[in-house]
Design a protein around this ligand. Structure first.
Ligand code: ADP
Ligand code: MG
Length: 341
């Protein structure tokens, strides 16, 4: 049983010591961590905040999957920069009654499982108490070869638009959870035997960040622009287009819909909407110059990419072509504070 946060930090430190990333001089235990970066690398840093009842609900989120997701969302941001994740800092605020449970043991179990899988070393964080709700902040530090990071702003007219994996699963899973469905037991890595609802809920609760794709696209300079799909395809494509001062035309028939969504009771029309606007799939959306397209692999580690459209010169205009009719695609994905009317 943990007595105070110093015991806790020490336990976390012992676990974090198992992994020691190259370049790390001082990890957890001092006032700050120190790592030495290579001269031929750029440092890429990202932070993500998960607030209980806003970004997750305790009722349907197993603690170990919350630990996984806290790291996964930041790994996805690093992947979207075309960089490789190296170090992370994890800060957590929890109410006293949660401190007394096994919550943190399970949380860190999920967190370290994903960190180990991606060779990421925990080098610090902060621990505090909150009055009622859990709050988790994760920071990930990655590295990219000099000037190889991929920005949102690099897309040009004529570039092809691609997406990794498939879309809509996480939003469909959230629906099931909000409707009262639950993850049966803490699921292990193997997802093969899971039924459709369980798989969809896992897409929501335990997203797999596309780090291998991201690092490959960056180091090979294949992506001209990239973003991860956290708010939804329609919104994140709009973000990429705005940053690049371009427009886009996408083909509705080519949008890859999650197989489990297609297998579920959701209608075809709804499934399409979830793929287009539902968030939290954490797939990568990226653009490729026409002459580089043939260098792009069809898949990496079982994760395919699909070409869904093309960048146009009409800044701000995002069109979707469905049954040979084009219409304007409005971003309708997730926002915390709504959209201006
Ligand atoms: P300070 O008051 O100087 O912030 P702390 O006692 O909070 O000191 O932290 C001591 C060390 O423990 C630091 O290296 C810090 O990064 C690390 N640490 C604190 N909380 C966590 C946590 N939840 N996960 C990982 N490292 C942590
Ligand atoms: Mg502190």
């Amino acid at each position: 049983m943990l007595r105070d946060e110093f015991d806790f930090i020490d336990a976390v430190r012992q676990r974090a010591l198992k992994e020691r990333g190259g370049g790390l001089l001082t990890g957890i235990g001092d006032d700050a961590a120190i790592f030495r970066n290579r001269a031929d690398r750029d440092i890429v840093i990202t932070a993500d905040l998960l607030v209980e009842d806003i970004d997750f609900r305790r009722a349907y989120t197993p603690p170990c999957l919350l630990g996984h997701k806290a790291l996964a969302v930041s790994l996805s941001d690093i992947a979207a920069m075309g960089a490789r994740p190296r170090f992370c800092l994890l800060s957590i605020g929890i109410p006293r009654e949660v401190w007394r449970t096994k919550f943190l043991d399970h949380f860190y179990e999920g967190f370290f499982a994903l960190a180990d899988a991606h060779d990421v070393t925990l080098i610090g964080g902060d621990t505090s108490r909150t009055p009622e709700r859990i709050i988790v902040d994760s920071i990930v530090i990655g590295e990219a070869r000099r000037n190889r990071s991929v920005l949102r702003s690099g897309a040009r007219a004529g570039d092809a638009i691609y997406v990794t994996g498939a879309l809509g699963g996480a939003a469909a899973g959230l629906r099931l959870l909000e409707g009262g469905a639950r993850i049966a037991r803490t699921p292990k890595r193997t997802r093969t035997k899971l039924n459709t609802p369980q798989s969809l809920m896992l897409r929501q609760l335990a997203p797999e960040p596309r780090t291998t794709w991201g690092e490959f696209l960056g180091s090979a300079s294949l992506a001209s622009a990239m973003i991860d799909i956290s708010d939804g395809l329609s919104s994140d494509l709009a973000h990429l287009c705005r940053a690049s001062s371009v427009g886009a035309k996408i083909d509705a028939a080519r949008i890859p819909i999650d197989l489990f969504v297609e297998e579920s009771k959701i209608t075809k029309d709804e499934a399409f909407k979830l793929a287009l606007h539902g968030g939290e799939d954490y797939e990568l959306l990226f653009t490729v110059r026409p002459r580089r397209i043939r260098q792009l692999p069809y898949e990496i580690g079982g994760v395919p990419v699909t070409r869904i459209g093309e960048i146009t010169s009409e800044a701000g205009s995002i069109e979707i072509v469905q049954e040979s009719r084009a219409r304007i695609l409005k971003p309708t994905g997730f926002t915390h504070f709504g959209r201006p009317k």
